[in-house]
Design a protein around this ligand. Structure first.
Ligand code: GAL
Length: 667
């Protein structure tokens, strides 16, 4: 690639820029303020289709020419959207068949955004035409350094049940299963008289009187992810026909609220992994969830650069209660992403809108203007990112691998499951959170990733597992590795079929030296005590030892005396299993024991203190110390404080709510 999306010496800083919402005199002020804050990259034209193509086939680019030229003159690079995220009213009025249809058969209307069916050939044709026209006009503009296909593909329209989607789903199924016999077998259609005799009878999982077929739902979710990926590829290829140099991305949504796309299958299709991340305002530990999402992005990037393309300066406007961030948090959250590998931090959006559905969403320039903590902190962040430029491109040091899988997420939510209280993403986060509190940095990998490079592998709630994963983990333990598997793993195979014989956790039984006879979900207020004083909620299992030793057992409740945590030793290796949802203390003890078994007993940092190191071949390690806690914390490190350019150490104080970034002196 000829171009790079951030200046070669630095980190990116900026946000979504929507000048079409403002009169031109505001554009001049925008540029001035952007320069003041040190903005160097903005995402433009994301929702501009109706402005760029006011009628079918008539493009109107001159206003965008002016926007890009103005930014370029001001030294601000452009992440240019293909502008196809939201179809203009003429398109859905003239071609109502592009509008998506819900499982209940309701065709949705124009009037918000993303009102398009991912399988619609009409939509695809118009979107590809616009993406191509954009690339033809701007592909060779030096100011355009990144292409941004659509926006958050699948955020609102991942699932469509129109007739076109049904036909596309049948084609996808034929590809996957070959013939109807295979499909009938995989979906278990012998149950409830669902056997299909002809492809015309097969549909997307539309609304039904009761539970839908789980195999059908699982395949449909795969289909939805693949269908949007196809759409991405079509726009990407349209750009490539005119522009061979500029990197292309689409912004992923690796976050707790959204599970529709299997980004492991998307990651290699983008030149740069980019992500949008929003905190859950109701979660006091949202910064730990942020760390997990950032670690997933780094895993998706597989050693390449990645970039946080959107987060919020303060409150969002789409949660039940949109609590603002506290002063200090904008900087902390941004540098957390950078610490975990993002080569910059961008926001939604530059200037807060005054009309439209997101008028009350925070921005870099709030309604209250520049005399605000948000603006002051944005300026501070711009300065910090400039000073941290040298970390750009440097890898993150991680000690533990954790397996994460969208297909397990989907499978764990299929109809008819044992408890509605289990929550794949949260259970994974709980395992990751224990590593976070232990002060250990985690690399997140797909189940078929190269986890052999790590001596400790955490496998939380891997509900859907192919046999190969268990075989590789067994070899890992036999070679002296340490593996922790948590409850509800290995329950179904890739078709969604429950393990046939011998009990749970299916493929992992031998590795772990246990056999689970029966699940025992707990009621909402039920709490079970373990014999080490920790507790379990939500989930316990009737477990038998088959080669493993008990570590802790239930001290009360329906399974009193039954092992809750087990360990199987194999030479120098260990395989651990936890059969229940442990409280925080229990998870912390378990991770401590696991790391100690691996010969690396953790030294947990002060509560709320996060430390991550980015280092590269031959370059000095850069230690990020981010204090989310209420009290100042000491860190033993010596070197140059990159934010103040002073020599510091051997002990550095990280103020409560503050951040220090030290390039360590290499002895
Ligand atoms: C993202 C989206 C932006 C904006 C933002 C608000 O999902 O890409 O356009 O809507 O959320 O938080």
């Amino acid at each position: 690639m000829r171009k790079r999306w951030a200046s070669s010496a630095g980190l990116a800083f900026g946000g979504d820029y929507n000048p079409e919402q403002w009169p031109r005199h505001v554009w001049a002020e925008d540029l001035e303020l952007m320069q003041q804050a040190g903005v160097n990259l903005v995402s433009v034209a994301i929702f501009s289709w109706a402005w760029l193509e006011p009628e079918e086939g008539r493009y109107e680019f001159t206003w965008l020419d002016d926007v890009i030229a103005g930014l370029d003159d001001a030294g601000i690079a452009v992440d240019l959207a293909t502008a196809t995220a939201s179809p203009p009213p003429w398109l859905t009025t003239r071609h109502p068949e592009v509008l998506p249809v819900t499982a209940e058969g309701v065709r949705l209307h124009h009037g918000s955004r993303q009102a398009w069916c991912p399988s619609s050939p009409v939509f695809r044709e118009r979107a590809v035409a616009l993406a191509g026209a954009m690339a033809e006009r701007y592909g060779h503009h030096d100011g355009v350094v990144l292409w941004h296909v659509s926006n958050e593909l699948g955020c609102h329209n991942a699932q469509c049940h129109c007739d076109v989607s049904v036909a596309a789903f049948r084609r996808w199924l034929e590809d996957r299963h070959g013939d109807l016999d295979e499909l009938n077998e995989a979906w278990g259609t012998a149950f409830w008289s669902q056997r299909y005799g002809s492809w015309d009878e097969v549909s997307t999982p539309r609304a039904t009187p009761t539970f839908r077929n789980p195999g059908q739902v699982l395949d449909y979710r795969r289909f939805c992810s693949d269908e949007l990926l196809d759409h991405y590829r079509a726009e990407r290829d349209a750009i490539r026909r005119h522009d061979r140099d500029t990197p292309i991305t689409t912004n992923f949504m690796v976050q707790r609220f959204i599970s529709d796309l299997d980004y492991w299958s998307w990651a290699d299709e983008v030149d740069v992994v980019t992500n949008d991340h929003y905190l859950d305002a109701a979660d006091p530990d949202a910064h730990v969830e942020l760390a997990f999402s950032a670690d997933v992005c780094r895993g998706l990037a597989r050693g390449r650069e990645w970039l946080l393309l959107e987060h919020s300066t303060s409150a969002v406007n789409w949660q039940p209660r949109n609590v603002p961030k506290r002063p200090g948090q904008l900087l902390r959250n941004s540098l957390q992403h950078v610490a975990r590998g993002s080569d910059g931090a961008l926001f939604f959006q530059w200037r807060a809108s005054v009309r439209g559905a997101e008028a009350f969403h925070s921005a870099l320039v709030p309604h209250a203007g520049t005399d605000t903590w948000v603006w002051e902190e944005a300026v501070e962040l711009g300065d910090a990112l400039r000073r941290l430029g040298p970390v750009s491109g440097r890898p993150v040091d991680a000690q533990v691998a954790l397996l994460f899988d969208w297909q397990s997420w989907w499978a764990s939510e299929l109809p008819g499951r044992p408890s509605q209280d289990t929550d794949y993403r949260r259970h994974v986060e709980e395992a990751h959170g224990a590593c976070w509190r232990a002060g250990v940095t985690v690399d997140v990998l797909p189940p078929d990733g190269e986890f052999e490079r790590y001596d400790v592998v955490v496998v939380p709630h891997l509900y859907l597992a192919a046999d190969g994963v268990a075989r590789r983990l067994s070899a890992q333990v036999e070679g002296g590795g340490h593996v922790l598997v948590t409850y509800l793993s290995g329950i179904v195979d890739p078709d969604g079929t429950a393990v046939r014989t011998g009990g749970y956790p299916g493929a992992f039984r031998e590795l772990l030296g246990i056999r689970v006879e029966e699940f025992h979900p707990l009621l909402p207020d039920q709490r079970i005590t373990l014999d080490d004083g920790t507790t379990a909620t939500t989930w316990i299992e009737r477990l038998h030892l088959a080669g493993a030793e008990p570590v802790t057992s239930y001290a009360d409740g329906p399974l009193e005396g039954v092992p809750a945590v087990t360990r199987r030793r194999v030479g120098d290796g260990t395989a651990w299993y936890v059969a229940c949802r442990l409280d925080r203390d229990g998870m912390d003890r378990l991770v401590h024991a696991l790391l100690t078994a691996a010969g690396r007993p953790p030294r947990p940092p002060a509560p709320g203190l996060e430390q991550v190191v980015r280092s590269g071949d031959g370059s000095a390690p850069v230690r990020f110390a981010i204090n989310h806690g209420p009290a100042d914390a000491d860190v033993e490190v010596e070197g140059r404080d990159l934010l103040t350019d002073e020599r510091v150490g051997p002990v550095v104080v990280v103020p409560a709510g503050g951040v220090r970034v030290v390039e360590e002196a290499v002895p």
